[in-house]
Every structure is written in structure tokens, then in C-alpha cells.
Design a protein around this ligand. Sequence first.
Ligand SMILES: [Zn+2]
Length: 448
Amino acid sequence: MMKQRVLLLLALACAAGAFSSFAAAQARPFPGPDLQQIYQRLLPQIEKIPAFDHHAHPGFADDPDVDAMASAPDTSLPQRTRADNPELIAAAKALFGYPYDDLSPEHAKWLVAKKAELKKQYPGTAYFNLILDKINTESSVANRAMMADYLDPKRFPWVFFADSFMWPFNNEREAARNPDEAVYIPLQEKMLHRWMGQENVSKLPAKFSDYLEFIVRVLADNQKKGGIAMKFEVAYFRPTTFSDPTRQQAEDIYRQYASAGVPSEKEYRTFQDYIFRFLVNLSSRLNLPVHIHTAAGIGNYFNFSESNIMNLENVLRDPRYRSTTFVMIHGGYPLEREAIWLAAVPNVYLDSSLGELVQYPSAFKDTLKMWLETFPDKITFGTDCFPYNEVLGAEESYWLGAESSRMALAAALAEMVSENEITETRALALAHAYLHDNAVKLYGDKVH
Ligand SMILES: [Zn+2]
């Protein structure tokens, strides 16, 4: 009995040594009175960590290439992402010294003029580099239809869109499904034609094998142009349940509809399921991680039950794709609690962007804390910044996303320290991992 107890004590001592980054005492369910002090100590250190923004749409409001899709008509945006969010005034003050407390049309002119002046002062790529410097972001993904000459590729690695390869046929039926698709589907056709133009392909190849070859060429060329990953926003256009058809099935459908005719919905989905899996396979061959939009989306016809993150589980847990890196953009929000368990798959990562914008820091803190307590090595920071309009641009949404994330991160970690889960040293290591290191290591030496 005695001997057993000694062994147990030894085992505990070893465990304590091995996990010294965890707090020495037992975890407790409430933070102590030191919570605010810990937060005040952590926040300035977290503000100093240069970030890697894993998901953003930088660009000017009049730039149509900021995304491969556009806002659906009459979309109802959640409160905090509306242009009248007063926090955007705080952003304009912090970034540009905006002197007013409202955004009346008269005052908004000041902001537009100030930005125009700065653009002159910081020409070419210098302007958006300056914005990154102001929010202490070292590099930011530019998830855009095409890259812009005013974004420095050294600091804005490109993530291009791969959805359009799934819509090569007559899309009448697809676009007629609802008013959102009437906007989205023609833009997918446009994107596919741009890729065709890039590869000097004037019309859809007659042979399926040539179509697949064309897809490979686009991806390889995009990679040569600096693309570090491919992005799917497919959840906006169809359900995210992917069946597993044979190549023959896809080829038969392609042969029937490549030149004429409207495929039935079932035929189109079968064909798309094959193309999606083809792209996922290609991703591991080319070493191009796959980013997938996984969250509630804008538009009045976004079908969340058909497009939620858990529908992807059969693909993510398929051993055939274990060498494909998947990044779940927006972390499945509002299913982020389920979604974190997908990060148990070694090649699956969660990006937190959007969550920090649609939620206030007090709520986003709880999301981050739950993630940090579960798979802290599999979560990455992103803002999902977007130019709302000429007055409130990508600049302000970058600021709001970065500030909110850093505050929520400091608050989540402060609670974890105060509740005896981790030490402050470990808290800062986790902050570095989330804000920068976890994402950067997915791309080898291509980003920093
Ligand atoms: Zn986005």
C-alpha cells in the first residue's frame, strides 16, 4: 500500500514537471479578485504581438475584386456589423484622428478627404501597409477574386476562390432558385470566365479530362502568382453535404451538359460533389490548404441547416484527405462549440474571424476561452475585414476586428489564469500561437 502511494506521488510529481505551464493549484470555477489586474497586465503584452490575419478582404470600397460574390439584396446584417455602429467612429478616431463624435454626411466628408490625403502621402502599396502597421498586423490574407496592385504581396498573401469550377453549365435553374442566387450565380460564371481567360481557354473543353486539366492549370498558375490557399464560399450557393460520386458519373454529366442543356438539380449536385472532392485532392498534391466558409451567411435565403459546418464532417474525417489542410473559416459560428471538436482531426484548423465582429468582446471572450481550453494549437486569428462603404472602409473594420480579438483574447486568458488553469507565461504563449504562429506554420516559409 505504502509503495503504491509513493509511486503515485512520483507519478504526480513527474506530471507536474511535464505540465509546468499549467497552474500548480487545482482549477476553480470562478475567477478571483485578481482578474482585472491579470487582464491589465496581459492586454498591453498582447497588443504588442504582431499578428497574422488569416481571413480578410482588404481593398477600397469601389474595388469589385474584394470578393468573388456580392451582397445579396435586402440583406439584414447583425447589429454590430451595420454602418451605424458607433465603434466604427472610435476606429476612425484611432486610425485617422477623426475629430467628430458622429458620422453625419458633413463630418463623413472629413474622413473621406483625410483618407484621400493619406493615399497621396503613402502611394501604391504603402497605404495599406500603413494600416497594417497601425493595428500591429504583420501580414494579412487577402481573400479576393483577384489581387490588387495597391496591396503589397509580401504582406498580403492571396487566397483565391475555387467555387466557380463547380458551375460550368447552363445556370438558369441555379440562378432562379431565389433572389440571392440571382446575384451570386452570375458572379460565379464571371469568375469561371476570368479563369478561362487566364488560361486562354475560349470555351468549355469538350472532354471532361481537359476540363479537369484546365482546373489544375488555374490552381498551379494562381499558386505561382502568390496564392497560398484556395477558398470555398460554397455554403452560399448550395448545401455543404458532399456525396462521393465516381469519375464516370461526373464525366457522363459533363458530356451531356458541357455544350447545351440545363442539368437537373440532382445531376448538378452530383457533378459538383465530384469537382469539390477533386479540388480537395488537388490541394494536397499542390500543397494549397483549403479554406471553407463555415458560418451563418448574409442574405435572406442562406440556408443554415443545409450549409452548417457539421455537414462537412464526412469530408474532414475522410482518411483519403488526411494530407489536405482544412481551415474552417469563421469556425462554424454560431456552432463554434461543436466545431472545435472537428479540430481534433490533425489536419483541421478553425479560424475565428467574423465571430469577433458579430459578437461583442464579452461574448467572443467565451468562444475563445472554450477554444483555448480545448485545442489551442488549432485555432487562428482573422478579422474578415471588408470595405463597408466609402466612409467606413476595410481600414475601420480591420481595426475593429483586431482590437476586439485582442481584448477578448486578453480577457479569456486572464480568466484562465485567475481560475488556476494556466500560468501567465503559458497565457502569453497561447496568445502568440492564436494571433500568429498557428496560422503561419500552415504555409511553410511562404508567409510570416
Ligand atoms: Zn470573408
